[in-house]
Design a protein. Structure first.
Lengths: 484, 378
């Protein structure tokens, strides 16, 4: 059953790739059907998932290249299940919001599904080398998605992304190889490796490249410079996936491998990691304040908000780990919503420049529903009570404050700055008199807003009832801290 | 340098518009699109004005001196169905007519305003109040204690009646214009202006009177002997108050005094229909003017077809109505300017020409800051 989550998008990608369809309508429908199927299977898995049990469930194992220690071993637990769900939902949304008249539709939908396949494979992998393969697999489609369907500087942004993430992959692989070599293990299987008895020095040696690798992916300051460029040049659906899911591969890697495999070393490094999180949060927020491109504001906001996850993981308490997973989901939903809405603004006005846009909340000739949703999205991102952003950040800070009060306070300042930079954008773009040049904007249909409303519903629902997300990972958070 | 350049441009534009008026053209460009918009919108405006006029006169004649005129918008037909419709706002928004009435009332001007402050009016009002509350000692006592209160209500009622009578005439002019257009008799914007001018001239001397009936006996509040007439005592104050100074576009534009958007000289401050920004600003929830909501029900098909061709279809209908309405009001203003000119604008007498130019310059200086240039640019 679990393999279906990987195989269905893979088969979908192959079928779409070879299916003769010039206009792309069939490709689009097939892609939607594929993504929808994966989502349905996810819901079924959620129904069957036992939240009271720690460890992997629905495990599958097929011997593969045993001579190099690689096996097809997958499973799902409380850490990966919310992210797998998020991936399937955002993939479906990304396909739906894709422009129907997109160029090279077969190739586009095909690699979009391949991207989803890579991400879900990485989340499900119980083998370190298998994780690495999927981790690398998603880089290639994403490179093409930016390089072919991106903005004016897409070549530059795609190449920068490729170089950074390739280095990230190499560092992660180096860490995994080092671990296997130092422990003398005969395979890359995750669970046996958790009981290694490496010295602290060895652990620190092995964890260092892993951390740099995942910091590039998350990204954490100062390894972040690829992200704003990638977001700015990527099309809206790709930004949704990039912010919503692909960055989470970094934080997932941090939790699963840095904490899961090297807990002793992690505890030593955690105070520095917490400080780094605080700096990254403030840096991201400060940069966001200075931006004139709406998408860059959201991109830098992502850097700030992803830092909260690092803070939560650094604290290494049951609450902070659970909160970190929750923050991943929360950020995935909120950033996806914000990128969707920025995409709508760009599609209708032809610009994302904060200085050029004004009065878009105009009820007759502006984009009032988009503006309303944007304000709600900003409220969620700023951590207003009643929305998922508040409770996830509150839990992170509640979990981390007793352990690292100063970095937590730095991150709290970052949260306050979220309201500053987003309100600056909202004030400039949506309030005031509609600029004369924008007084002939096409109307946004309700169908175009359906994905945004779906995300908003989840943001509010999880904000009011956070246990719907938290209960998946509570038990696994304990196991992560005690089982190593 | 920049200032002088701007002044020079301003003078050139004013000169251009003076020449335009002297040669028989209107303030609004004469284009087929403008013609359709103006005639179509004035037709719907005519229908709405008719309803406003009927209601204003109804209030003045039957609701006077009522402290709580709860049913004033019902025109005497109080039914449960109508109450629901009223509350649902699927109706003519008579509130807009009252905004205009109050705007005129507060701004004043003309013989009507002057008369309402005279002892003659005070005596007439006193007669009406005493007759109305002949068997109501409580109200008579109130009148004794607060002698300015009830006369003030009657002053308001005089404006209800005056505006109602003014709009009666204007409604007929606009509906007649539409009929003539349908018959092919109106072919250009100058034709529209001429039709309105003819209508204004025809009724210029129409007396403005107001009398109330109490227990079968009539009491004159604005007697015919006063000599109040349509053009100088209602039309001109109306144009001044509503087109230049009033607040008919409720909530569509706001001025920030701290940002020096309101001039120190209050007489230089214009906030009327000709100056209003058709795009509502601020955020969702600020309603476009009630007038636009009322007119949308009566837009003729040919104009609605044009509106549907816009990129937003009916999505921004009220703004389109407002833009067309503003164009039509420049036609009405042109007619008023022409009608009030000291001499015929096509005169060849140099002295008369000079007097006319001085007069036109005064108007155009005021209109320069209005939406006149904008409607002609679009």
């Amino acid at each position: 059953m679990l393999s279906a989550l990987i195989l269905i998008p893979l088969v979908g990608a192959i079928v779409i790739g070879f299916f003769p369809d010039k206009e792309g309508k069939m490709s689009r429908n097939l892609a939607i059907f594929t993504a929808l199927s994966v989502l349905v299977i996810n819901i079924y898995l959620g129904w069957q998932f036992d939240t009271s049990v720690s460890g992997f469930q629905f495990s599958e194992y097929i011997p593969w290249l045993q001579w190099i220690g690689l096996n097809y071993s997958i499973g799902i637990d409380g850490l990966s299940f919310p992210l797998v769900c998020l991936n399937s939902l955002l993939t479906l949304i990304a396909i739906i919001v894709t422009d129907k008249s997109i160029a090279r539709p077969r190739f586009y939908y095909s690699i979009l599904l391949l991207l989803s396949c890579g991400a879900v494979g990485a989340f499900l992998a119980k083998d370190l080398l298998l994780f690495f393969l999927f981790y690398e697999l998603e880089i290639v489609p994403l490179y093409f998605l930016i390089a072919i369907w991106g903005g004016k500087r897409r070549g530059y942004a795609a190449m920068k992304f490729l170089l950074y993430t390739a280095v990230s992959g190499i560092l992660v692989l180096a860490s995994f190889l080092g671990l296997v070599w130092l422990t003398g293990a005969d395979s890359f299987a995750y669970e046996p490796l958790r009981s290694h008895t490496l010295s602290l020095t060895s652990q620190l040696l092995v964890i260092a490249p892993l951390l740099v690798g995942v910091f590039i992916k998350i990204p954490i300051f100062p390894f972040h410079t690829w992200l704003p460029d990638a977001h700015v040049e990527a099309s809206t659906p790709i930004s949704v996936l990039l912010a919503g899911v692909l960055l989470k591969l970094g934080t997932y890697g941090l939790l699963r491998f840095a904490v899961g495999l090297f807990l002793d070393a992690w505890v030593i490094l955690a105070p520095w990691m917490a400080i780094l999180a605080g700096i990254s949060a403030l840096y991201g927020a400060s940069c966001a304040i200075a931006q004139k491109d709406m998408k860059k504001v959201v991109a830098y906001s992502s850097i700030a908000h992803m830092a909260y996850i690092l803070l939560g993981v650094s604290a290494t308490t049951r609450l902070s780990i659970t909160a970190s997973v929750f923050q991943m989901v929360s950020h995935g939903l909120i950033s996806a919503l914000l990128f969707l809405l920025v995409g709508v603004v760009y599609k209708k006005t032809g610009t994302r420049d904060v200085e050029s846009l004004r009065g878009l909340l105009n009820p007759e000739r502006g984009l009032p529903v988009t503006g309303g949703l944007m304000i709600l999205g900003v409220m969620a991102s700023s951590g207003l009570p009643g929305m998922v952003g508040f409770i996830s950040e509150f839990l992170v800070f509640r979990g981390s404050f007793p352990i690292f009060p100063i970095p937590t306070l730095l991150c709290l300042v970052g949260t306050g700055l979220t309201a500053v930079y987003f309100l600056l954008v909202i004030n400039k773009v949506f309030f005031g008199r509609l600029t004369q040049s924008l007084a002939r904007l096409p109307q946004v249909k309700w169908v175009e807003h359906a994905p945004a409303f779906t995300l908003l519903f989840l943001i509010i629902a999880f904000g009011i009832q956070p246990s719907w997300v938290v209960h998946w990972s509570e038990v696994q958070a304990v196991a992560l801290l005690t089982g190593s | 340098m920049v200032i002088s350049a701007n002044k020079s441009t301003r003078s050139q534009v004013i000169e251009e518009y003076i020449n335009r008026l002297e040669s028989g053209e209107a303030l609004l460009n004469d284009t087929p699109q403008n013609l359709v918009e103006v005639v179509g919108i004035l037709k719907s405006y005519g229908v709405v004005l008719d309803a406003y006029s009927v209601n204003l006169c109804y209030i003045a004649n039957t609701q006077f001196l009522r402290l709580f005129p709860v049913w004033k918008y019902f025109n005497g037909e109080v039914t449960f169905k109508r109450l629901l419709r009223n509350l649902w706002h699927d109706r003519i928004n008579y509130e807009y007519a009252e905004y205009c009435m109050k705007s005129m009332f507060w701004h004043g001007g003309g013989g009507l305003d002057a008369y309402l402050d005279t002892p003659e009016f005070a005596a007439a009002a006193d007669r009406v109040i005493k007759a109305k509350f002949k068997y109501n000692p409580l109200m008579l006592g109130l009148h004794k204690v607060f002698p300015d209160f009830l006369p003030e209500l009657l002053r308001q009622m005089s404006y209800y009646s005056g505006l109602g009578q003014f709009w009666r005439v204007m409604s007929d002019i606009f509906l007649d214009l539409s009929d003539r257009y349908d018959r092919g008799e109106i072919k250009s914007i100058p034709d529209v202006v001429q039709h309105i001018l003819d209508g204004l001239v025809k009724d210029a001397a129409r007396p403005i009177t107001y009398k109330v009936t109490i227990r079968g006996e009539e009491y004159e509040v604005l007697p015919k002997s006063l000599g109040l007439t349509f053009l100088p005592d209602t039309a001109v104050p109306y144009v001044e108050a509503i087109f230049f100074r009033g607040t008919p576009f409720h909530g569509t534009v706001s001025y920030n005094a701290q940002a020096y958007q309101i001039p120190y000289d209050q007489s230089a401050f214009n906030y009327g229909a000709l100056y209003a920004d058709p795009l509502p600003i601020g955020g969702a929830g600020i309603p476009p003017t009630l007038l636009m909501q009322d007119m949308r029900h009566f837009i003729p098909d040919y104009l609605m077809d044009i509106y549907h061709q816009g990129i937003r279809g009916e999505g921004d209908l009220r703004i389109k109505i407002c833009e067309s309405f503003q164009k039509s009001m420049f036609c009405v203003t042109t007619a008023a300017v022409k009608g009030l000119a000291p001499h015929p604008l096509d005169t060849s007498d140099p002295e008369q020409q000079a007097a006319n130019r001085k007069y036109l310059k005064g108007w155009l200086k005021r209109l320069f800051e209005s939406q006149m240039l904008t409607v002609n640019q679009n």
